[in-house]
Every structure is written in C-alpha cells, then in structure tokens.
Design a protein around this ligand. Structure first.
Ligand SMILES: NC(=O)C1=CN([C@@H]2O[C@H](COP(=O)(O)OP(=O)(O)OC[C@H]3O[C@@H](n4cnc5c(N)ncnc54)[C@H](OP(=O)(O)O)[C@@H]3O)[C@@H](O)[C@H]2O)[C@H](O)CC1
Ligand SMILES: [K+]
Length: 481
C-alpha cells in the first residue's frame, strides 16, 4: 500500500476555498465552536510570534471577519491593546454577527490612518469567500499598515489558484486554518503570504477523512520510493535507457548521471554511432549503444526511456514514435516537447512530460485560467502525468490529482537542471513506482539535492553538483514512519 493510500497524505492536503466552504456546511452544528477555536488559535499564534503591541483587527462581513472578532477578544483578554475596524458589518443573525456582538472593546473607522497607527494589523476582511476584485478602500487600508497577519489568506488572494485580485500589500505572516490553501504555495500569491503557519482547529477525523482532497503539498507522505533490500539486483532496481543526440551531448549525459546516482540499477545511452566516442569519453561509466533503436527495443528489460534532452527535432521524430509504438514508458522533455508543438496528440502514450512554462504554452496554447487548472487539463487531455516546472512546480495526474512542490531552491535555475530531473523521473519509474508518484518523488528529490548542493556552494551550483547529493536526497525522501 502506498503512503498516499494509507492516509498520511492528509497531513499535506491543500484545501481549496470550495473545500473549506463544503467543510463548513458539513460541520454546521459545530461551526460556532470551530470559529471560536479558529480565533483563539490565531491569537495564540500571534502571541507566540510577537510581544504585546497595539493591534488593529480589520474585519469583513463573513466568517473570516467572525474569526477576527474572536481573535480580538482573546488578545484583549490577555491584556493586549486591541481595536477593531469593520470594513462591513456582518449580516444580522449570522455567526460572524454573533461573534461581533461579543466584542466589547474599541471600534475605530476603517481608514488608512488607523492602520498606520497600529503596530500589527490582523487581516480578517476576506478569506475563502472572496469572490470579486478587492475594493479600493481595502487596498488603501492595508497599504498604510506596517506589519500584517492574515487570517486564512491575505484579502485579495484567491486561495484556489494563487491569483491576486487587486493591489495586495504583502503580509508578514498568514495563518492557514486547518490546512494550507493552494494559493499559499502558488505564485504570485505565495509572494504576499509571508510565513505561512497552520492553525490546528481539531476538526473531527471523520470530517477530514470525508474530504475529497485532490491537491497536496508535495512531500514524502505522498509516495514511497523503494528502499534497498538484501535481494536487490540491478534489474530489480530498474533499467533506464536514454536517447542521446548527435550534437548536444551534455543534456543526455546529465539525465544519464542523474539516473545512475539516484540508484537506478542499470543506465544505458542509445546514441548515433558517429557520436558514440564523444559520449564514451565524457563518461567512462557510460554504457553506450549504437545499434538501431528498433534493435534496442527488442530487449524487454529496457522498459523506461528518457526522450528529449539534447535531441534535435529530427532526432525526436525518429525516436519518440518508435518508443511509444513499442509500448515503452517514456519521459518526454526538451527536444521531444519542441517537436510535439503543434501536434500535441503525438505525446499520447508518454508516461510523464516535463515542460517549463514556455514549452507548455507551445504545446497547449497561452494560459487562460490558473497554472493549476491548466496542468490538470493538460494531464487529462493527454492521459499523461504533467510536471509543469517553475518555482512552484506542479505535478498533475490525468485523474485530477495535483502535487504542488515548493521544496526547491532558486539555485536550480540553471541549464541542465531539467535534464537531471528527467533522469530522476525515469529512475523512479524503472524502480516500479506509478507515474504520478515517480514524478512527484523525483521533483522533491531534485529540490532536496538542490538545497544540499546550494548550501555547500553558497547557492551557485552547476547540475553536476547535484549528482553526489542524490543518494542522501533519496534517503531523506523515504516515507516517514
Ligand atoms: N473550514 C474552515 O477552514 C473554516 C473557516 N472559517 C473562516 O471562514 C472563512 C470563509 O468565510 P465566508 O463567510 O465563506 O467568506 P469570507 O468571510 O471570506 O467573505 C464572504 C463575504 O465577503 C463578501 N465579499 C467577498 N468578496 C468581496 C469583495 N471582493 N468585495 C466586497 N465584498 C466581498 C461576500 O459578499 P457577497 O456579496 O458575495 O455575499 C460575503 O459577504 C475562511 O476564510 C475562514 O477564515 C471558519 O471561521 C472556521 C472554519
Ligand atoms: K483574510
């Protein structure tokens, strides 16, 4: 049973605003208790992070505002100087209204001058219920504030997609209720959230288990990478084959070395015969085949292939269709993706594609909605796992699951890092992992190796620096007990 199935993944679930609202409906009878706890946890977390100071709580008309009134009450009871500024009062009789009525402290006008005078402003104006652009009065109010703590999400952030609807002033901290939202991790939202901490609202297990979560923060609880065993042999560990091109040898070699160093049992390069010597000289360890691809494909053990790094258009055309026709598992990147632009259906049958945003647009057209939705649609359309690379890499499965990866480092923004990733995906596929899990694990291990290498080299790394970090990165990726 994978970790994903065993339920540990629930800890890294990312709740969309729809999830939150559905959950609110399901626990309608205990919602007053949950809101009380939400406000108390917000106040507690603020107390853990700051000394007492002048606090202004900005409250909106919905439940986000309700949380704000509760937080104001707790901080005030603990002796903090607190006032509340209401952008709009809650509807009479609503839960937020009940919480507002229990606030007996100071009320001040919702104007920028008040925000400016506070040491800390709590943003409880809009949360999961934000459904249109941010009103100007709210923009101006927060622009005047010094330090802002957002309850749930900063007002103006679309928690589902990370889109920002207006001029949102960056927060110092965001307190996610129950679980983070995709918008806390996805750009540009990620850049305005500040530090994101989760408030545990002690939601009954049964309600959490009922949630049909489809988006997670990528991490070891989502997959299990096979561990070393006494009866391991190279074929059990997995065979990876890489198509090398005639000209750009480096890219295929990066994928080759990555697959080797992360633990593949056997890695082979299939290259044009007149380029073979260059590959052999570049890596004495390389097993370089020059036989025609049809010949190589007769070996059933060579089931997983990397196709694209270092390939020209013609080379991609001569290899990818053959690999697919032979029913091989293929990781398609770089040259294979360029070749498929304008005929995306040529990628049908590929196990995993690894486009960056430019390649993705050439394949699927300019982005219309969010990156998350686009990656998900692309995966469903091709019946392929899509790794949409970026600072917030998305790993989308055809069935709608998406892992959002922020376990990375800007140090990885260097040519060749993508080829390394392709090699890692192939190695995990060859080890027998299902495609989405292999892709998500590879992205995480890539990020882990990047962080380890960056620490040693003050952030300035070359792809080769990743190789000797991959063993430890793979170990670190073992599913927590
Ligand atoms: N399960 C949980 O995680 C819990 C979350 N809690 C908190 O509840 C909010 C979500 O509360 P909700 O009432 O659904 O929504 P909001 O408080 O964010 O706002 C809805 C009201 O705001 C109006 N609105 C929305 N966008 C705008 C806008 N751009 N300009 C003006 N007004 C706006 C909206 O107006 P309508 O006209 O659309 O009705 C609503 O009046 C969640 O974020 C958590 O903080 C629970 O407290 C605990 C459980
Ligand atoms: K908020």
């Amino acid at each position: 049973m994978s970790c994903f199935q065993c339920g540990k993944a629930l800890a890294s679930a990312l709740l969309s605003p729809e999830d939150t609202q559905r959950m609110d409906r399901e626990m309608a009878s205990i919602l007053p208790m949950v809101m009380e706890r939400a406000g108390m946890m917000v106040a507690r977390l603020i107390r853990q992070h700051r000394r007492p100071c002048r606090v202004l709580v900005a409250c909106g008309p919905g439940n986000n505002g309700g949380d704000g009134y509760v937080a104001a009450r707790y901080l005030s009871e603990w002796g903090w100087p607190v006032s509340v500024a209401s952008f709009q009062l809650p509807r009479e009789g609503s839960l937020a209204d009940q919480m507002a009525r229990r606030w007996k402290g100071a009320m001040v006008p919702f104007v920028p001058e008040e925000a400016q005078q506070a040491d800390l402003v709590i943003d409880a104006v809009f949360g999961a219920g934000m459904n249109r652009d941010l009103p100007e009065a709210v923009e101006r109010f927060f622009a005047a504030a010094g330090q802002i703590v957002a309850i749930d999400v900063p007002s103006g952030l679309d928690g589902a997609t990370g889109a920002v609807r207006g001029q949102v002033t960056p927060c110092w901290m965001s307190i996610a209720l129950i679980r983070k939202r995709p918008g806390h991790l996805l750009s540009p939202g990620r850049e305005i959230c500040g530090e994101v901490v989760c408030a545990d609202l002690a939601i009954p297990e049964a309600i959490m288990a009922e949630m049909d979560v489809r988006v997670w923060e990528n991490g070891p609880s989502l997959w299990s990478i096979p561990v070393q065993a006494a009866d391991d042999h190279k074929y059990k560990r997995g065979v990876v084959s890489i198509c090398g091109g005639a000209e750009m040898h480096g890219a295929a070699l990066f994928a080759f070395e990555a697959a080797r160093h992360v633990g593949a049992g056997l890695v082979r390069l299939t290259v044009p015969s007149d380029a073979a010597l260059l590959y052999r000289l570049a890596s004495p360890a390389a097993i370089v085949d020059t036989q025609p691809l049809e010949q190589a494909l007769k070996d059933e053990r060579r089931h997983v292939w990397v196709c694209g790094p270092g390939l020209g258009m013609e080379e991609a055309e001569q290899t990818l269709p053959l690999l697919l026709k032979a029913g091989r598992q293929v990781v398609a990147d770089a040259g294979a993706l360029s070749w498929a632009a304008g005929k995306t259906e040529a990628l049908k049958g590929v196990s995993v594609i690894t486009p960056h945003m430019g390649e993705f647009s050439r394949l699927f057209g300019d982005l219309t909605g969010s990156r998350l939705d686009a990656a998900r649609r692309a995966a469903a359309e091709l019946d392929t796992v899509v790794i949409l690379k970026g600072a917030d890499t998305l790993i989308a499965a055809p069935d709608g699951r998406v892992a959002v990866n922020v376990h990375a480092t800007p140090a990885l923004a260097v040519a060749g890092a993508g080829d390394v990733l392709s090699g890692l995906v192939a190695a995990f596929l060859a080890a027998g992992m299902p495609a989405w899990e292999a892709a998500a694990a590879a992205v995480w291990v890539h990020g882990e190796a990047g962080q380890r290498a960056a620490e040693k080299k003050a952030g300035w790394i070359v792809p080769e620096d990743l190789f000797y970090e991959l063993g430890r990165a793979r170990q670190a990726a073992s599913c927590p007990a």
